[in-house]
Design a binder for this molecule. Sequence first.
Ligand SMILES: Cc1cc2nc3c(=O)[nH]c(=O)nc-3n(C[C@H](O)[C@H](O)[C@H](O)COP(=O)(O)OP(=O)(O)OC[C@H]3O[C@@H](n4cnc5c(N)ncnc54)[C@H](O)[C@@H]3O)c2cc1C
Length: 340
Amino acid sequence: MQRLLVQNNLFLLKKYEFLRDAEVLYAPVYRSPPQLDFFRKRFSELQKFLPGVIWCEHAEEADFDVALSWDAEFETSAFGARIYPEQNRLFSSRPMKLPVTFTPFRQPAEDLLPEFFPDAVLPWDTEVKNELDYYFREKLLPATYIETRNEMTGRDGSTKFSAFLSCGVLDVRHLYNEIRTFEALHGVTKSTNALVYELLWREYFTWHYQKHTRAYFSRNGIKGVLDFTPFKKYSTEELRSLTTVPFFLAALKELTTTGFLSNRTRQIFASVWINDLKLDWRSGASFFEEHLIDYDVYSNYGNWMYLAGVGVDPRGKRYFNVNKQLKTYDPEGRYLSTWS
Ligand SMILES: Cc1cc2nc3c(=O)[nH]c(=O)nc-3n(C[C@H](O)[C@H](O)[C@H](O)COP(=O)(O)OP(=O)(O)OC[C@H]3O[C@@H](n4cnc5c(N)ncnc54)[C@H](O)[C@@H]3O)c2cc1C
């Protein structure tokens, strides 16, 4: 019997029929307790259709015949090339000559999007099914996404589907179909368009990475000569001792406790990291990699590069004034009172 090693990419399990005849080891890559908790939940769902699946805490010690996983950082390995077409993306092959920035990508990509993806993988993870029901059918939240997406606290401001997308238990095409179904019932609005727009950002980074590969880990990003000088990795304690900015300390607490930060919080946090603390953006990306439950190499490094002014942002480095941001996006001070 073949021993197969499955890591974070559960998207491959749409092929689970052939997995039934194999011994399957599930060895997620995690670096923090929230990531481990998240993957344990996925494992217990996985056991429902693959009862024989074995939890394997240390992939490096596992004995297996084939690894059914793919990781951008190891993309040169032979199986990577074979597995890549199975990644969780809207377009299965690169849809067009990739423009340098997102804006010229968006329109042609939107034109290529179908009404509906008939081949989308239906979700099998109970939590994913429940969250989709909650978001699209119980609370009808896509209708207000554009007004709430910048909220820094609470469940409902944004979809909270990123972790499911990153580990592959939610097919991005299925999520897209849910948005289109919602639009058929409740109308096309700026809010539903904004959701598709965000999925296209995610898609863009996956293609952009294919074009620039290792530059995603270079200090100069895609902007200059490749520079892989080592960067420092920070522990949470070290970071706490570097600043007294209450927002930064609060975000550290939220991230290390829950494994999640809203998009707005990520942007302000990265700006403090890069512009105020003047730390290497790659250290920040690496810190997120260690803690985010939705860690995704393309979206993470792509967004950090963007904010550091060495990525796809044509406007250069972004500076976010913390007090101004909090006044605008958290006027009642909920963020600091929750996480201080
Ligand atoms: C510095 C930084 C690091 C980030 N690292 C990651 C990461 O490791 N993994 C990750 O999935 N996202 C990352 N993002 C993007 C974004 O912050 C998260 O996808 C989003 O906050 C997740 O919450 P949500 O699912 O409620 O998003 P929603 O607002 O509901 O958006 C719907 C989906 O669209 C996609 N999306 C939204 N915004 C972006 C964006 N800026 N870039 C790419 N895709 C986007 C996500 O898949 C998300 O689930 C990062 C952003 C920044 C600024």
